[in-house]
Design a protein around this ligand. Structure first.
Ligand SMILES: *[C@@H]1O[C@H](CO)[C@@H](O)[C@H](O)[C@H]1NC(C)=O
Ligand SMILES: *[C@@H]1O[C@H](CO)[C@@H](O)[C@H](O)[C@H]1NC(C)=O
Ligand SMILES: *[C@@H]1O[C@H](CO)[C@@H](O)[C@H](O)[C@H]1NC(C)=O
Ligand SMILES: *[C@@H]1O[C@H](CO)[C@@H](O)[C@H](O)[C@H]1NC(C)=O
Length: 294
């Protein structure tokens, strides 16, 4: 069937991915923070929150996908942070944040503090100060391949560990608008690793390093072929397939990967334990464990 046939299937695959990406926000983390208490219907606090939720419009679109918003006075003050993944374009960013706001409104109808994270954006708010403050609670960890491991764990482990260290230091040295890094590393006899790390840029360099390092330690490296750490201040993800747009990260240390038309292959032909395909992976939930300090 030649070139056009292949092209047809490649296109189908890409369309499939794009459709998945746009038709449903992939939920990674949600949490109503009950310990901060509730507000009552029609209260001033609710008005502050509504004001913030309605403020994410294209009018305030910025190039960084980072919003730090405060509204209200004294005990009715709401602080919010919204952050899009660094490779998400502005229009998609605003849409993602608005979806998150709508979902938080129904998930946590009267909680004074809450957080929700999709694959493409995160939104959190609280009645207490949250800017530049490192949160160690409310982290979620998720593996993409159900415990399916790399063939050579040592080789995979070393490569992943080095890649994440490089990306963490690059992201942490970003400015107050953007702390984001992506990169790819080759693994001998295996698929390359693609990784992405990001902090909310209100964190200091040290806080960002500390947040991502905590995520890395919990997520990496025992041979898992993909995983995510999602927290209020930072997130980290790696996969053996390409899952981000390599361009917005600017001049990167590794060349942009060649187009990879096929879906990720099972690393071993005999394995059918995982039926995960990119784009549908990982609806992560969402503990009920109590984590105070929000
Ligand atoms: C807050 O509201 C939730 C239901 O939305 C309820 O379960 C909880 O008991 C309330 N907490 C307080 C302190 O009133
Ligand atoms: C809140 O305000 C709306 C519109 O003003 C009103 O219809 C509703 O009854 C109020 N709810 C409470 C609980 O006061
Ligand atoms: C695994 O990788 C390490 C480091 O790259 C290498 O030294 C070792 O020989 C490999 N083991 C196997 C079984 O291929
Ligand atoms: C993987 O690397 C980490 C950090 O270098 C190390 O702590 C861990 O023991 C290694 N695990 C395996 C299975 O090689």
């Amino acid at each position: 069937m030649g070139f056009s046939g292949k092209f047809f299937f490649v296109s189908l695959f890409l369309i499939h991915l794009l459709t998945l990406a746009s038709s449903q926000q992939e939920l990674e983390l949600k949490k109503c923070l009950l310990d901060r208490g509730n507000f009552t219907s029609n209260s001033t606090y609710q008005a502050s929150l509504n004001h913030i939720f309605s403020s994410f419009t294209s009018d305030i679109e910025n190039d960084y996908g980072f919003y730090k918003v405060t509204f209200g006075q004294n005990s009715d003050q709401v602080n919010a942070i919204a952050l899009c993944r660094g490779d998400v374009i502005p229009g998609d960013c605003i849409n993602c944040i608005n979806d998150a706001a709508a979902e938080l409104r129904s998930l946590c109808p009267n909680q004074k503090a809450a957080i929700l994270s999709y694959a493409n954006c995160m939104l959190r708010y609280s009645d207490r100060s949250i800017f530049g403050i490192l949160e160690r609670s409310s982290f979620k960890f998720h593996y993409s391949w159900n415990g399916y491991k790399a063939k050579n764990i040592t080789a995979f482990n070393d490569t992943l560990n080095n890649l994440l260290d490089t990306l963490i230091s690059r992201a942490a040295s970003g400015d107050s608008h953007r702390k984001f890094a992506t990169g790819t590393a080759a693994v001998p006899d295996s698929e390359p690793i693609h990784a992405l790390v990001q902090c909310t840029p209100d964190l200091s360099q040290q806080q960002c390093t500390s947040c991502l390092s905590f995520g890395k330690i919990k997520l990496c490296c025992d041979g898992e072929l993909g995983g995510r750490a999602v927290g209020p201040n930072c997130n980290l993800r790696f996969e053996t397939y390409s899952f981000y747009d390599p361009t917005p990260d600017g001049p990167s240390t590794s060349p942009a990967p060649l187009p990879r038309p096929a879906p990720p292959q099972s690393p071993s032909p005999s394995d059918d334990a995982h039926k995960v395909v990119p784009g549908t992976v990982s609806l992560l939930l969402v503990g009920s464990e109590s984590t105070p300090e929000f």
